[in-house]
Design a protein. Structure first.
Length: 557
């Protein structure tokens, strides 16, 4: 019974008693006896109602006061904010009545903290049984170079000008660019015990055909960086799509996620000289014998490369085989035109005994084949199988301070160092000979408060590989009289910091990132009275807003 009902029943019972008294004064003996019995019954009901009212006053029954109605403030106060608003409790007391019975007190309103809505979470979309999380950031990067080295945001490691190369050596270069901005999303879910992640990421460093791109319209072209799906069940994992190559050093296990890959902290979109890396299509199989060990095998996109990319110099072909360029061997004059015998085969084993230590060993196998048109091997295939390997690691030697070491050496794997060395040369008889090349990066990364500070030293080396053509001239790579773009070594010293101005998983982050880099390159052949080396100084300053979001803690099933 509710309070109002009890109150009305009590008033009616009292009225009945009064009326009964009036009737007693006007009735006979039999009627008086009957009325007395009715009055006694009404008195019992009044006593029962009185007890129930006392129980309501003491809060001992479920039929207490009416439940207070909860209302939010008017919607206008919630506009443009996700901050929870405490909900005031509206009064729900019953109307006042003239009665000797005291109205029971209402239950106390809950504390404001208890009325606050559930806090908002990082930016995620639950769509059916999958979770979609946006990824990416918005960059505005200022770049200054002390010579006109080209390359926009990135560094053409192999061809920045010597001091006697005019007018490039006498001009400096400055520009703003948003091209390093990235956008994409990841999809997380599970199906019958298989955990899957779909990941894609784009930037705006694609090649544009617009001639007014810096005059009236910054029409920068998006391009695919990453586009893959990875599935795992128990100890087995499979990946397909375009991902960071398995030859790229990892920070954690063999994970393909960008945060678990080492491509440094720098703003240079070509990263570090001497670092083996690629983003290319392929498939990957991974076995996890334990949480501390991972073993992977990848089949990735091959390419028979003879130089010409990222400032690297192409080889000189013999007279028999000049037609190979761009047709059988990639010299960066055509796209997707070169035949390949089989995928590049990469194997890697990673060890993570603790969160402070990551160590890995990788191996690379490649095969090149051409069809010889002239010479002793005319109308025959020339085939050579090559390989390479890497030993990489990063170690937290003290809290928040890590040492980095990446080391790569190959026999025909120059294209994995941003194309700074050719994979092979062609001899006068049409046979193929791989070029030995390698590189390394050593450095540190440290965090102190809202600052991440980094510094690296890197270098690449391409060994000379020379052949004699049928007319007696020298061909190949690094021969006497070769152009000074055929580099023996390229070195880099770089450092900088990343300052987090603010960061919140629900709202994103705002960062200021800086980098300074000094480069030097030395050619195999130095002509008389020519510089022995070329040098370049570059500074990057970047403002970055990172989209909110984080990986889901619970994967929908």
């Amino acid at each position: 019974m509710k309070v109002e009902q009890l109150w009305r029943a009590g008033k009616l019972a009292g009225l009945a008693v009064v009326l009964s008294g009036v009737c007693l004064a006007q009735s006979g003996p039999d009627e008086i006896a009957q009325l007395k019995a009715q009055v006694a019954q009404l008195q019992k009901q009044i006593e029962l109602l009185s007890k129930k009212l006392d129980q309501v006053a003491d809060g001992k029954t479920a039929d207490a006061a009416p439940t207070p109605e909860v209302r939010l403030y008017p919607p206008a106060s919630l506009t443009a904010t996700t901050t929870p608003v405490a909900a005031p409790v509206a009064s729900a007391a019953p109307p006042a009545v003239s009665s000797p019975i005291v109205n029971p007190p209402l239950p106390k309103a809950a504390a404001p903290q208890a009325a606050v809505a559930t806090p908002s979470s990082p930016l995620q979309i639950l769509l059916g049984n999958i979770t979609i999380t946006p990824v990416g950031f918005m960059d505005l990067t200022a770049t200054w170079k002390n010579t006109n080295a080209g390359g926009s945001l990135g560094t053409n490691f192999g061809n920045f000008p010597y001091n006697n190369t005019l007018p490039q050596a006498k001009l400096s270069e400055f520009r703003f660019s948003p091209q390093n901005s990235r956008i994409g999303f990841r999809v997380d879910g599970s199906w019958k015990g298989w955990r899957f992640i779909g990941y894609n990421e784009f930037d705006f460093l694609g090649t544009s055909g617009a001639t007014n791109i810096s005059v009236t319209n910054g029409a920068f072209v998006p391009r695919i960086r990453l586009y893959w799906v990875d599935v795992r069940k128990d100890k087995f994992e499979f990946l397909a799509g375009q991902s960071w190559s398995l030859m790229t050093p990892n920070r954690k296990g063999l994970s393909p996620l960008p945060g678990d890959i080492f491509y440094s902290q720098v703003m240079d979109v070509n990263y570090l000289i001497g670092l083996p890396w690629d983003r290319q299509p392929g498939v990957r199989f991974v076995y996890h014998p334990s949480e501390k060990v991972a073993m992977g095998l990848a089949l990735e996109n091959p390419e028979q490369y003879i130089g010409g990319s990222g400032g690297g110099s192409p080889i000189t072909l013999p007279a028999c085989c000049t037609s190979y360029a761009g047709v059988q061997l990639d010299n960066q004059t055509t796209q997707q035109a070169v035949p390949n015998l089989h995928p590049d085969i990469i194997a890697k084993v990673a060890f993570d005994p603790s969160a402070r230590v990551h160590f890995e060993v990788a191996g690379l196998a490649r095969t090149f084949r051409t069809f010889t048109l002239q010479g002793p091997l005319a109308n025959l295939n020339s085939t050579v199988t090559t390989g390479g390997g890497a030993v990489n690691g990063n170690f937290e030697v003290v809290k928040n301070f890590r040492l980095i070491s990446n080391n790569y050496w190959s026999d025909g794997g120059g294209r994995y160092m941003f194309g700074q060395a050719p994979d092979l040369i062609v001899r006068a008889d049409g046979t193929l000979s791989p070029v030995h090349s390698g590189g390394f990066n050593e450095g540190f990364e440290a965090t102190a408060g809202k600052f991440l500070i980094y510094g690296y030293y890197g270098a690449m080396y391409a060994r000379r590989n020379v052949a004699i053509d049928t007319n007696g001239s020298l061909v190949g790579f690094g021969y006497r009289g070769a152009p000074n773009s055929m580099n023996k070594t390229v070195q880099e010293v770089t450092f900088g910091y990343n300052h987090t101005l603010w960061k919140d998983a629900k709202y994103g982050a705002l960062n200021i990132i800086t980098q300074y880099a000094w480069f030097t390159r030395n050619p195999w052949y130095i002509a008389p009275n020519s510089p022995k080396a070329a040098h370049l100084n570059t500074v990057w300053v970047d403002v970055r807003y990172t989209l909110p979001g984080s990986a889901p803690t619970v994967v929908p099933k």
